[in-house]
Write a protein that binds this ligand. Structure first.
Ligand code: DP6
Length: 351
């Protein structure tokens, strides 16, 4: 991709220094599940970028002479040897666009505002923050990016670290994956949602119930891979694309019931793919289902606009408009926290 080749002319920049960046996590409403080639999604996805759940990263660099990558990663000050391998793979994928990776020795100091054991994926915010740091470094070396170019390149690079990370670079609603429904959409980077959004979808709330704190049994990467031979894959990709198109008038008109129907369908379809893959697997736990049932009962009896979505794990994201916060939070605290590990939850929102 020509557009993302480094803008640096031959540079003699060989100084030590540091850059830092913050990047939030995101929750997909239309899910990315299945990819090909170099992180190309099989269907478009759309997400809310969160606010309180973010990664803060500082990237320190020092010039070096030897070939190869030198990266050490510290999470909350603790050396994490396992993370360095993932960053090596990331560096290999992006080297054509970031030509100075072998000229420096890097130390990555990273902190997540959400607990590592919470089951909230840190790959989106973590890769997003690292990509933003690298683009900032290139800028400091004289690239001369506009603000838009900087974010677009960060999104492009973040995608090569973790697909969903490319959506986290922008706040609000973002879209990744080429689709006829969204002008300017691309398989290579995310874009800010370009259409009208009803005020009910501004500052949309996401209360995350922590149902499970353990490591996932099947990683997202393995899950994406299982879509390659999946008997229902074609229909799933088609229906995600269709759902994204259907969301556009829903978001414009503030049609909360239709929004809930579509978003819950997406979440259950994602897990249906896991249950019908070969080998089959389940990431929902009994308490995930208990919460879903309670949410449906509550909605029936209170006609409240409280909906759920799931990512690739057991935790439940509860979505509702800010104007219904009091009713929804009372219900969540009284009826749902007993299903969480040590009553733990995270209050977040998209803006
Ligand atoms: C279920 O972005 O974590 O959260 O590209 O292999 O890093 P990789 O996968 P990842 O997959 C996220 C899947 C999802 C849905 C979504 O966020 O769209």
């Amino acid at each position: 991709m020509e557009e993302f080749q480094s803008k640096l002319k031959q540079t003699e920049f060989r100084q030590s220094g540091h850059v830092s960046a913050r990047c939030p996590s995101n929750i997909a409403l239309v899910k990315y599940w299945g990819k090909r080639g170099k992180q190309i999604p099989m269907n478009p996805s759309l997400s809310f970028t969160l606010t309180n759940s973010y990664t803060q990263t500082e990237l320190k660099f020092r010039p070096k002479e030897q070939d190869g990558y030198r990266v050490t990663v510290y999470l909350d000050g603790m050396l994490k040897e396992g993370f360095a391998q993932r960053i090596h793979t990331f560096f290999e994928r992006i080297e054509a666009y970031v030509p100075f990776l072998q000229d420096f020795e890097f130390e990555v100091y990273t902190h997540n505002t959400f607990p590592h054991s919470s089951g909230i994926a840190s790959s989106a915010s973590g890769m997003g923050a690292l990509a933003l740091c690298l683009v900032q470094m290139e800028e400091n070396m004289g690239a001369g990016f506009t603000e838009d170019e900087k974010l677009r390149k960060a999104s492009f690079l973040a995608r090569l670290g973790s697909g969903s990370a490319c959506r986290s670079v922008y706040h609000g609603i973002t879209v990744w994956g080429e689709t006829d429904s969204v002008k300017g959409s691309s398989d290579y980077y995310a874009i800010p949602y370009p259409y009208e959004i009803h005020r009910d979808f501004q500052r949309f709330q996401d209360t995350i119930l922590l149902i499970d704190e353990g490591q996932k049994e099947v990683s997202s990467s393995a899950g994406h891979k299982l879509m390659e031979e999946h008997p229902y894959a074609k229909q799933r990709f088609f229906s995600a694309n269709e759902n994204l198109g259907k969301l556009i008038p829903i978001l414009k008109e503030g049609n909360l019931p239709e929004f809930g129907k579509l978003v819950e369908h997406e979440a259950l379809s994602l897990h249906a793919m896991m249950m019908t893959s070969d080998p089959a697997y389940l990431l929902m736990l009994p308490n995930t289902l208990n919460v879903i049932r309670k949410v449906w009962e509550f909605r029936e009896s209170m006609s409240a606009n409280l909906f759920f979505t799931l990512d690739a794990g057991a935790n439940v994201h509860l979505l509702y408009p800010e104007k219904e916060m009091e009713t929804c939070m009372n219900f969540i605290k009284e009826e749902l926290l007993s299903y969480c590990i040590s009553k733990k939850f995270i209050e977040d929102f998209s803006f």
